[in-house]
Design a protein around this ligand. Structure first.
Ligand SMILES: *Cc1c(COP(=O)(O)O)cnc(C)c1O
Length: 398
């Protein structure tokens, strides 16, 4: 696939770029008319300089908001020092980030694997679980989303994502989420791992109960399976704690991270607990994983999250926002759900027309299944900006 190298004369460069993106894009993404060109905090501007409040944060990645000065500076500085360095040698940024991330994790994690995306973090966790247990079966959840590479896709539930690529990795089963009895019945002496999200994201913003997550930990311990918590969407302050498992005092064996880890810069990570055991040198790896530029971005993100107490802010502001969403009177609403700044309205009808209507009013929000409107603003979003969002939501749902 090649990109045309010259601009056809008489066509604005940006128009041509958009046409090229549409023509050459890989598909799967809804073609959108709008082209975003810059951002600041929780605001985005399109090519005609119209302003939007960003309640998508690029699928929950841009935790510090757009163009955060600490992040921009860290990337600029590191780009001028060293961009490329693999794990063949140590690197100052990677070493520093690994120790800083270790301190920010809940108790019980001893090692880290750095990669470049959420699906890679899940893929790595599945491989580590096989190595740790010598088993191959995996129990995942109905409505769970874990990524789109073959292993992670096998754990993902949505048929639309799976079926075109069958056969997937064998040995995966899906049980109803937040049902202890179903999980208890599914996990056996053959199970390598239980993989689940503490709050399902793509599946409709569904928080699991504390009892369920505690039972998942206990069942895995009893039967010698690895408990994999996929915190790709919930991690790094999104749910009002640094990690969602901290709300319930559960300790997974493998904790998957990505999305908000470097505030929009591509990165992923897995934390490994003591039960995982030795991973032989060279058994798994990544050329780009833990590169200095990503580590510099992740360091700036983590430092800012801690210094500005953004997880606490996410809890307080998120609770206020959710209460206000719940107070909106509309016969179209079935339920309002969420934790911290990960919130959703489930409608009795399809959400797409309402998301489009929000966009018309200058608010970008996300779907999460056919009937859900999901709000994942940057953690630095201002209360006044959320006031505007609430106004727009009540208008479109009227
Ligand atoms: C987005 C997501 C993934 C996949 O992350 P990518 O970076 O898109 O590969 C995996 N798990 C969860 C819970 C996610 O929300």
């Amino acid at each position: 696939m090649s990109t045309p190298s010259t601009q056809p004369s008489g066509i604005e460069p940006n128009v041509s770029a958009v046409q090229t993106e549409r023509a050459l894009g890989s598909g799967g993404v809804r073609p959108r008319e709008r082209t975003f060109v810059r951002g600041k905090g929780a605001l985005l501007w399109d090519e005609s300089d119209r302003r939007f409040i960003d309640c998508s944060a690029a699928h929950g990645t841009a935790s510090l908001g757009h163009a955060h000065p600490a992040l921009t500076r860290a990337i600029e500085r590191q780009a001028g020092r060293l961009i490329a360095a693999t794990a063949a040698f140590a690197n100052d940024q990677r070493s520093a980030y690994m120790s800083e991330l270790s301190s920010a994790l809940p108790e019980g994690f001893e090692r880290l694997f750095l990669c470049n995306s959420g699906t890679e973090s899940v893929e790595a966790a599945l491989k580590f679980a096989r190595l740790a247990t010598g088993r191959t079966s995996v129990v995942a959840c109905v409505r769970g989303f874990h990524g789109r590479t073959m292993g992670a896709l096998s754990a993902t539930h949505e048929r639309r994502y799976r079926e075109p690529f069958a056969p997937l990795v064998p040995g995966f089963t899906h049980v109803p989420y937040d049902r202890i009895d179903k999980l208890d019945a599914a996990v056996t002496g053959e199970t390598a791992a239980v993989v689940l999200e503490p709050v399902q994201g793509e599946g409709g913003v569904r928080p699991a109960s504390a009892e369920y997550l505690q039972a998942a930990e206990r069942i895995c311990r009893e039967r010698g399976a690895m408990f994999v918590a996929d915190e790709v969407q919930t991690g790094f302050g999104r749910t009002g704690r640094m990690f969602a498992v901290e709300r319930h005092g559960v300790t997974p064996d493998l904790l998957c991270m990505a999305k908000g880890i470097a505030s929009g810069f591509p990165m992923g990570a897995v934390a490994l607990g003591g039960r995982v055991g030795e991973i032989p040198a060279g058994a798994h790896g990544s050329t780009f994983g833990g590169n200095p530029l990503a580590c510099a971005a992740a360091r700036a993100t983590l430092t800012t999250l801690l210094e500005q107490r953004l997880p606490e802010r996410s809890e307080a502001l998120g609770t206020w926002f959710r209460d206000r969403l719940s107070a909106i009177e509309s016969s179209r609403v079935r339920a309002v759900r969420g934790v911290g700044l990960m919130n959703a309205i489930e409608l009795k009808e399809r959400s797409r027309p309402f998301l489009d209507a929000l966009e018309e009013r200058g608010v970008i929000a996300l779907a999460a299944g056919p009937n859900v409107m999901r709000f994942l603003p940057p953690l630095v979003v201002l209360r006044e900006e959320l006031e505007e969002v609430l106004c727009a939501v009540s208008e479109v749902l009227a």
